[in-house]
Design a protein around this ligand. Sequence first.
Ligand code: ZN
Length: 128
Amino acid sequence: MPDDLTHGFQVLRAYRTLGVERSASEAEVKQAYRDLAQVWHPDRFGHDARLRAKAEEQLKTINAAFDLVKTERAGRRPTPTPKPAPRRSAQRPDAPAAERWLCPACRSEVTKGDKRCRECGQKLVFEE
Ligand SMILES: [Zn+2]
């Protein structure tokens, strides 16, 4: 879905803004955010209105990125444990169900092509 894709890109960009990997720990993300928030604090550029405005813009981007990363991490599902492979049925692989035929009279297994049931003598008709 395009919305999910866009969201995914936004999340990736948010991590890049903070300068951390998506696999980074909670502490690493917070540290990265705190560092950036300090670096770009507008008060540091108090003497220069132009730089101050730039820093404010940068801080907005950093805050938005941090919010997005926090939300993404809160909603991230734990890595699913792999399920064991489904067990194969007990049926022998050389005897697929379609090729097994039962005598209509005694329900014993018969071989396709046999004229009569070996158990009860029932006449057999094999329909394709
Ligand atoms: Zn039979």
